[in-house]
Design a protein around this ligand. Structure first.
Ligand code: NAD
Ligand code: GLY
Length: 366
């Protein structure tokens, strides 16, 4: 059997924490995908009850030549399980197998599995290596890259976590073929995000290739994943721990997190909330005189074409503002928004509550 080489390799340049993102087809089974990873007596595949039955055995077989013992833990699926109780299942499994401090964790799944596995890897015996095997579009273009790991707290999303970089990120585009369409749309939100904050020609390309992406055309997917990872790599390499620039990657997330928290985690998908949140942030940018109406209309139309909601849920302005005040970007209670300065560049700044409330009224269900 012959295996494809990665179509693309994007480097994250972080000194001694540098690593590669491999992007291509047939990567899961190819021995070269797993070459040069840290050696250890054991590996632990962390997956969930949806992804595990489809891909865990293939991953186990592919990494078995490197690791004398390969264990698997299957977590319950869903954002509402991104919590301490579920995280503990990973520690229970590691300790139950007497796993030592060289054990390599493999996150096989989307952003929920990836964020939890990364956090477990950061904590177990004060840090063990881990690899992101990203199986959703959202994970391939965003969550698996850059070392943000976390679980949710009932009061706020991703509130408990650590910056902890993986050894490698593997984006096998074939795995996207089994993804439900709603999850494809959610991933497209994070792809589209990169246009207005960093690369308007990429937004033009997305306008032209959205139908191909929705139909999961491998060439279109390869370009979208690669360009997204390049932009994320460029940002993270300059500002790993979000002292400034990295915050632009949270475009749409301030409104989006309020939607997720307000409705209860898991009601809307994270990417759906981000998609709608970006529309709301664009409106706020327009009200502040930063972009014109034509940009907001064009951007909203693209979000809608991607199958994402463009009208926010009716939570009321007070509830939105309440949730936005516990956003990690908030400083001394002041909500910070990622806004489009001019198309292709983003800024982080506050806005008067009254103006934000108007945007919420305009953009949400009546
Ligand atoms: P997810 O991990 O919940 O996956 C979505 C659904 O698709 C799940 O039901 C999952 O089991 C299923 N699935 C995954 N791969 C599949 C496949 N190949 N075939 C069929 N089904 C598959 O959601 P997500 O959208 O991947 O990630 C969202 C999470 O990522 C959120 O918790 C968010 O906070 C986090 N996130 C983190 C970062 C970061 O920088 N760390 C960035 C963005 C988002
Ligand atoms: N998804 C935002 C970040 O990685 O910073």
């Amino acid at each position: 059997m012959s295996y494809a080489q990665p179509l693309e390799r994007v480097a994250i340049d972080l000194g001694d924490r540098s690593y590669d993102i491999l992007i291509g087809e047939q990567l899961l089974d190819a021995p070269s995908t797993w070459a040069h990873l840290p050696k250890a007596a054991a590996a632990l595949i962390v997956t969930n009850g949806t992804v595990g039955p489809i891909y865990a055995e293939r991953l186990r077989a592919a990494i078995a030549p490197r690791y004398p013992a390969v264990h698997t833990v299957v977590l319950p699926d869903g954002e509402n399980h991104k919590d301490w109780q579920t995280l503990n299942l990973i520690f229970d499994t590691l300790l139950g197998h007497g796993a030592d401090r060289k054990t390599v964790l493999f996150a096989l799944g989307g952003g929920v599995v990836g964020d939890m596995t990364g956090f477990a890897a950061a904590c177990y015996m004060r840090g063990v290596p881990f690899v992101q095997v990203a199986t959703t579009l959202l994970a391939q273009v965003d969550s698996s890259v850059g070392g943000k790991t976390a679980i949710n707290h009932p009061i706020g999303k991703n509130m408990i976590g650590a910056f902890y970089q993986p050894q490698r990120v593997v984006c096998d585009l074939d795995t996207l073929q089994t993804l439900p369409q709603r999850e494809m749309s959610a991933g497209l939100a994070e792809v589209i995000k990169y246009g207005p904050i960093a690369d308007m020609p990429f937004l033009d390309w997305l306008d032209d290739h959205l139908d191909a992406l929705m139909a999961r055309d491998p060439k279109a997917l390869a370009h979208a994943v690669k360009r997204s990872c390049e932009i994320k790599a460029w940002v993270v390499s300059q500002d790993e721990r979000e002292g400034g620039l990295r915050a632009i990657l949270n475009f749409g997330h301030t409104f989006g997190h309020a939607i997720e928290a307000g409705l209860g985690f898991g009601e809307w998908l994270h990417g759906e909330a981000v998609g709608c949140g970006m529309v709301m942030a664009s409106h706020l940018s327009q009200r502040l005189g930063l972009v014109d109406e034509a940009f907001v209309s064009r951007f909203t139309a693209l979000i809608e074409r991607a199958g994402l909601p463009v009208v926010g849920p009716k939570l009321g302005a007070e509830e939105y503002l309440h949730h936005m005040r516990v956003d990690k970007k908030a400083e001394a209670g002041e909500i910070k928004f990622v806004l489009i300065d001019k198309p292709g560049t983003a800024i982080v700044r506050g806005a008067p509550d009254a103006l934000v409330a108007q945007v919420i009224d305009d953009c949400c269900e009546k």
